[in-house]
Design a protein around this ligand. Structure first.
Ligand code: ADP
Ligand code: MG
Length: 618
């Protein structure tokens, strides 16, 4: 004996949502499948919890699964779950009114937004009602888990009302039968539906089958506990998720309850595609809310410089029905970003200690992106600076060191972290700057990548130690205990030589002085790290390109009053001004070249021929 169908009006707010959903030209119509599968998954999850406490459950041994079937003759799509189901009151409550999260938020946004409802619709999944984008006849057959319940059939065309009728022989759970509107028969095609399910529900924790075949292969392993998961499982998941054929280089499986509920599984690939000049990396960390995909490639989940990351972030704090556009600028996403970025940087630092070799591999591939972060992102400056690695005078060639280790090795009275930039380790070692530092046993980091100096200038300070270029005049060197070998030019002659050099080199130099820097070389350039300093100038050159036609501004020249060339030059001043000038200019160009500041060697080469010619004809 069955009752007659009863007619019901949708609640006013529901009508409003339906009206917009049905009449909008919202382009992502396919998301209704995501919404229905997510409802089915919720229903199964709720049932699973009931099974822990309730003894009397209707058809207790039914599979926990979601069955999708397409019928392109009848033009229908059916989504069935064996979840907790609904009785008549629940049907009215759940599918006739808006009491639930997503659609409610939608209504609120709608009211706040007034006219612009058309743009709003794209931002919400609006749950169950999204099915009316593609259908004008939807039936939900459902049977509650309660033993004394009965089967029901809810039916609506998505306009003002719906009907409910008793329906016998229903299995536990809910079966939504969707009669597709004209123009939407694509959703009755197996291949199309399969792609959609794969896209949105690959990691739904319950099996989803399509026309009898299982579609989702991998489960939500990020929600399982770490010590239950085998390496191979992680690897399989990574490959599936990132479309990589190789295993990942590193993984971080991380869960937190506060300040946000987060389960995340992040991977670093073995290779940096960007480095190979192929294309720009794209962050592929999918955002899920309780296993349901919200956005496969959310733009704001990580800072730009972490764009190599792959994996999943799942947070039950995310509103399920809010989609991409809204997520982009949500406060929640910013918080997630902060927590995850901090945590990931800490992870990298831990790895550098626990797995130094793996870390070095990471550095080789992705160091350039860490540098990008250190140079551009002030928020994480210290965490990023900690991760930097360079060659150093304290290490043998090829070995790298970090700022923390540098500080550990520093003498008590050393105030600054020193670096020198050059084209290679050899070229820095051959230059004039290292001599004085070596003589004082000061360690110097050897920077050889064009961006390195820029990075150091941006970081500027680490653990209250200034980071400066060793050719900067900010660096004050202690007097050596032991005078360097060789007799120096006397004070008076030195003074007049400096004066003469300044005059004859004109506006190429701002100052000529004797200094404590030089031991084996005759001259060098020194400069502050500020504007006009040699270091800053190299950075400018790097950014603008070498041949920018900018006039070179005057540099500060230091001379070594013990060096035979300088002593000779002092004498030559009296007898042969012309040759002396030739030598002075050549010395300056040599100093510029060793400081990586000589753009165009043509003039220098022409001049050196002149000098050689003189020698040859002596
Ligand atoms: P939300 O999922 O955000 O609550 P929906 O519009 O998607 O909003 O669904 C409305 C309500 O209908 C759900 O909260 C749930 O109570 C009920 N419901 C929908 N689908 C099912 C289902 N397959 N099984 C049981 N209940 C369902
Ligand atoms: Mg829902």
């Amino acid at each position: 004996m069955t009752d007659k169908p009863t007619q019901h009006e949708f609640q006013a707010e529901t009508k409003q949502v339906l009206d917009i959903v049905v009449n909008s030209l919202y382009k992502d119509k396919e998301i209704f499948i995501r919404e229905l599968i997510s409802n089915a998954s919720d229903a199964l999850e709720k049932l699973r919890r009931l099974q822990l406490t309730e003894k009397e459950i209707f058809e207790d041994d039914l599979e926990h699964e979601i069955k999708v079937t397409t019928d392109d003759t009848a033009n229908t799509l059916t989504i069935q779950d064996f979840g907790l189901g609904m009785n008549k009151e629940e049907l009215i409550e759940n599918l006739g009114t808006i009491a639930h999260s997503g659609s409610k938020a939608f209504i609120e946004a709608l009211q706040a937004d007034g006219e612009k409802s058309d743009s709003l619709i794209g931002k919400f999944g609006v749950g169950f009602y999204s099915v009316f984008m593609v259908s004008d006849k939807v039936q939900a057959f459902t049977r509650t888990w309660k033993k004394d319940g009965s089967g029901q059939c809810w039916e609506s065309d998505g306009s003002g009302s719906y009907s409910i009728e008793e329906s016998s022989d229903q299995q536990r759970g809910t079966k939504v039968v969707i009669n597709l509107k004209e123009g939407f028969s694509e959703f009755a095609k197996e291949d199309r539906v399969k792609d959609i399910i794969k896209k949105y529900s690959a990691f739904v924790q319950f099996p989803v089958s399509l026309n009898g075949e299982k579609v989702n292969t991998v489960d939500a392993i990020w929600l399982r506990s770490k010590n239950e998961i085998k390496d191979e499982e992680y690897e399989e998941f990574y490959k599936f998720q990132s479309n990589d054929y190789e295993a990942p280089l590193m993984r971080m499986h991380f869960s937190a309850d506060a300040p946000l509920e987060i389960n995340s599984l992040l991977f670093v690939p073995k290779r940096n595609m960007e480095k190979m000049g192929m294309f720009r990396n794209e962050n592929k960390v999918a955002l899920h809310c309780r296993k349901v995909l919200i956005d496969a490639e959310p733009k704001a989940l990580f800072p730009e410089w972490l764009r190599f990351l792959k994996g999943v972030v799942d947070s039950s704090d995310l509103p399920l029905n809010v989609s991409r556009e809204v997520m982009q600028d949500s406060e929640l996403l910013r918080k997630l970003n902060q927590v995850l970025t901090k945590r990931f940087l800490r992870f990298l630092n831990e790895q550098s200690k626990k797995e130094p070799e793996t870390y070095l591999e990471f550095w080789k591939e992705f160091g350039i992106l860490i540098k990008e972060g250190a140079a551009t992102d002030f928020t994480y400056k210290d965490d990023l600076a900690k991760l930097l690695r360079f060659e150093s005078t304290a290490m043998e060639p090829g070995k790298l060191t970090g700022l923390d280790e540098y500080i550990d090795r520093m003498a008590k009275d050393q105030k600054e972290i020193l670096f020198l930039f050059g084209k290679s380790r050899q070229s820095i070692e051959a230059g004039p700057y290292l001599e004085a530092l070596k003589a004082r046993s000061l360690e110097v980091l050897l920077l050889t990548e064009p961006v390195d100096e820029y990075v150091m200038q941006s970081v500027r300070e680490y653990k209250e130690k200034k980071i400066i270029s060793a050719d900067s005049d900010e660096l004050k060197l202690e007097k050596l205990d032991q005078e360097p070998e060789g007799k120096a030019l006397n004070k008076k002659d030195t003074k007049s030589l400096c004066k003469w050099l300044k005059e004859s080199l004109k506006d190429k130099v701002s100052e000529v002085e004797t200094g404590d820097r030089l031991i084996d070389s005759p001259v060098c350039i020194v400069g502050g790290d500020g504007l006009g300093g040699a270091s800053a100038r190299r950075v400018m050159k790097m950014m603008q390109g070498a041949d920018d036609g900018m006039p070179t501004s005057p540099v500060k020249l230091q001379v070594n009053q013990r060096h035979p060339i300088i002593k000779g030059l002092s004498k030559l001043l009296e007898s042969d001004k012309e040759t002396a000038e030739l030598i002075a200019n050549q010395l300056l160009d040599n100093a510029l070249a060793t400081a990586n500041l000589l753009d165009d060697p043509r003039e220098m080469i022409a001049r050196s021929y002149k000098a050689i010619e003189k020698l040859a004809n002596q």
